[in-house]
Design a protein around this ligand. Structure first.
Ligand code: ADP
Ligand code: MG
Length: 188
């Protein structure tokens, strides 16, 4: 397996279609780094994103989930589960490969309990824009090839499923080190 594959770069402007047409923002980074992986298939992948801590901090747990237990437990992170597409986006007939990353709600710090994760996902609003900041991506696994779509609705539906698959995959113990790895060692 070629994973993990490391890609990083500044968040660049795409066509603005993620948010506007799909309601699913995707942070685009340059595809240059893919030159080292010429055999990497186009398709949908899951992975982990680290945003620049100097420019971006996300505090989770601010929304009480109503059960009164563990409410108010806050944690701050710059590391997020992510689902991404690498390819030409056949639906849009692009001519150059792109790397487009949708960032999802962070897992609870003490483990990705399914129910808790879904509750967080619901409360996860669009982040403030972070164009121009450096994004570090670790691609950890492959979900599916790229498909062409007859409708935007069909595309959006598949992306929703991809998000679920990505979250479930990243919930495996083997990935805890990437999602909850101790920050002190990764900063050196
Ligand atoms: P573009 O075509 O320029 O990539 P999008 O409509 O896809 O525009 O929106 C992507 C931008 O939205 C990102 O570059 C980032 O600044 C912002 N953004 C906000 N929330 C998210 C998120 N959850 N995942 C990815 N990008 C996000
Ligand atoms: Mg985008």
């Amino acid at each position: 397996s070629p994973f993990p594959i490391k890609l990083s770069g500044p968040v660049i402007k795409g066509f603005g279609r993620g948010s506007r047409e799909l309601g699913i923002p995707t942070a685009n980074i340059p595809a240059d780094g893919l030159k080292e992986y010429p055999d990497l298939e186009s398709g949908v992948y899951y992975g982990v994103v680290a945003l620049d801590p100097g420019r971006f901090m996300y505090t989770s747990g601010e929304t009480a989930n109503g059960d009164g237990n563990g409410g108010g437990k806050k944690s701050t992170t710059t590391v997020f589960p992510a689902v991404l597409s690498i390819g030409f986006n056949p639906y849009y007939k692009n001519t150059v490969r792109s790397v487009e990353i949708h960032i999802m709600a962070p897992f609870a710090p003490n483990g990705p309990a399914e129910a808790e994760s879904q509750a967080q996902e619901k409360h996860f609003h669009k982040l403030p824009d972070f164009y121009g900041t450096n994004l570090n991506l670790l691609i950890l696994g492959y979900i599916r090839p790229e498909y062409d779509y007859v409708s935007l609705e069909a595309l959006v539906e598949d992306i929703r499923v991809d998000c679920e698959v990505a979250r479930r995959s990243l919930a495996r113990d083997a990935y805890a080190c990437y999602l909850f790895g101790d920050d002190s060692s990764s900063s050196s």
